[in-house]
Design a protein around this ligand. Structure first.
Ligand code: AMP
Ligand code: GLY
Length: 417
């Protein structure tokens, strides 16, 4: 069969590779993809992610059997709905269901209604009210702009002064929708769950992201600077509780609301003293979590999707290894950065996925975005995988990239204590 992956980042690179390795697949296409995906897929760079009509004709003309939508934007824009009349099966929720990620307020309301544990919140739509609110609210407080912000629209204000500054940053006009949330204290972890209406199968392997830009979880929030799996210090009991209190209830809640969800729900969870709570839901695989989880996953990905589609019992098979992924980003990210600088040495790296590299007229790679690539290391445990990942990172030669030196540090700390 032929499959089509939508997107151009490292997550889509990993998805395309995983599809290509499926015994059911003859050809993988990626729209719009990136130059580094050539080895695993046919790149269709002249069609854009937001051109629903062009994607629809591509799917029809090429007899695509599965379309896998990687990023949130096309989901929220309704690409799944646009492909409904084709013969292809589309992995990714429709526009209505994708609000689970697209609107913080939508997600909060549904959690409140169905008793899914999350932070207390209040939505404030005027700057005037927000200015007053931050003078008397409990501190720390978390401010989240409604709508998509690529992991960058969240401000965790540890002091009242930071909360005041947060209001200035997020209210660009007198009327903006901002969710103010109770600050939750605990360790964060990511659980991917396959969902087809009330059928919900959470991955029995957790991943952990590193959201802050710099070592020691310092600096601004980013889309994610690295990830690893499994997370040995978050126990099976915690995962079980996450499934019972969050994964199955959110799938059931959507059904009760008359919303037809098919795809993946990413649970951004935090382990508080009162148990697991939701920080956020995403309507797709995490990036960079996908890159480490799909590396560890042994099962045939298309076979899995077929089972999810038919709501058949599903057991995920995992390779017996730990995986650590280190993101290399352009200096300045998540703020502004320069593009067009050479990045060399990829041929010496065993395993990597690319988010933003472009070949210049001489066929050499240049950086072309914020997060540029992820280098994958594997090993018998997190320590060995981390060592392997950083050994490989050394092969990448570029003056314009930076990375964190401590991906996996929470697992190593737990292991050593
Ligand atoms: P989000 O985009 O909602 O995942 O938020 C980005 C990051 O901000 C999260 O990964 C957390 O580290 C932090 N964060 C968000 N909401 C809260 C909260 N209620 N309490 C503590 N930290 C939070
Ligand atoms: N890694 C976090 C995200 O994909 O939103």
């Amino acid at each position: 069969m032929k499959v089509l992956v939508i997107g151009s980042g490292g997550r889509e690179h990993a998805l395309a590779q995983k599809c290509q390795s499926s015994k059911l697949v003859n050809e993988v296409f990626v729209i719009p993809g990136n130059d580094a995906m050539e080895e695993v897929a046919t790149i269709v760079s002249d069609v854009q992610e937001n051109d629903h009509l062009a994607i629809k004709s591509f799917v029809e003309q090429n007899n695509i059997e599965w379309v896998i939508i990687g990023p949130e934007q096309p989901l929220i824009d309704g690409l799944t709905d646009a492909l409904e009349e084709t013969n292809a099966k589309v992995f990714g929720p429709n526009k209505e269901a994708a609000q689970l990620e697209g609107s913080k307020e939508f997600a909060k309301k549904i959690m409140e209604k169905y008793d899914i544990p999350t932070a207390e919140y209040k939505t404030i739509t005027t700057k005037e009210e927000a200015i007053n609110y931050v003078e008397q609210c409990k501190i720390p407080i978390v401010l989240k702009k409604d709508g998509l912000a690529a992991g960058k629209g969240v401000i965790v204000a540890l002091t009242r002064e930071e909360a005041r500054e947060g209001v200035e940053t997020l209210y660009q006009t007198p009327h903006e929708k901002v969710v103010f949330e109770e600050f939750l204290d605990g360790e964060e972890y990511s659980v991917m769950t396959f969902v087809n209406q009330s059928y919900a199968v959470p991955f029995d392997c957790i991943a952990q992201d590193h959201k802050r830009a710099f070592d020691g979880d310092k600096g601004p929030n980013t889309g994610g600077m690295g990830a690893y799996c499994p997370v040995p210090h978050i126990t099976d009991d915690v995962l079980e509780e996450t499934n019972q209190k969050i994964a199955q209830p959110i799938a059931d809640a959507l059904v009760s609301e008359g919303i037809n969800y098919f795809g993946l729900i990413y649970i951004g969870a935090i382990l508080t003293k009162e148990g697991p709570k939701v920080i956020e839901f995403n309507a797709r695989f995490g990036d960079p979590e996908a890159q480490v989880l799909l590396t560890k996953l042994d099962s045939d990905f298309i076979e899995i999707l077929n089972k999810v589609y038919h709501k058949e019992p599903l057991t995920l098979e995992w390779k017996d290894e730990s995986v650590v992924g280190v993101v290399l980003a352009s200096k300045g990210y998540p703020g502004s950065y320069d593009k067009g600088y050479s990045v060399e040495g990829l041929e010496h790296v065993d395993q990597y996925f690319v988010s933003a590299l472009k070949k210049n007229s001489e066929g050499k790679y240049e950086n072309n975005g914020g997060r540029v690539m992820i280098v994958i290391g594997t090993g018998d445990n997190i320590e060995a995988a981390q060592k392997n990942a950083y050994e490989q990172v050394k092969h990448i030669k570029s003056e314009r990239l930076f990375y964190r030196n401590d991906i996996g540090h929470k697992a190593l700390k737990a292991y050593k204590s």
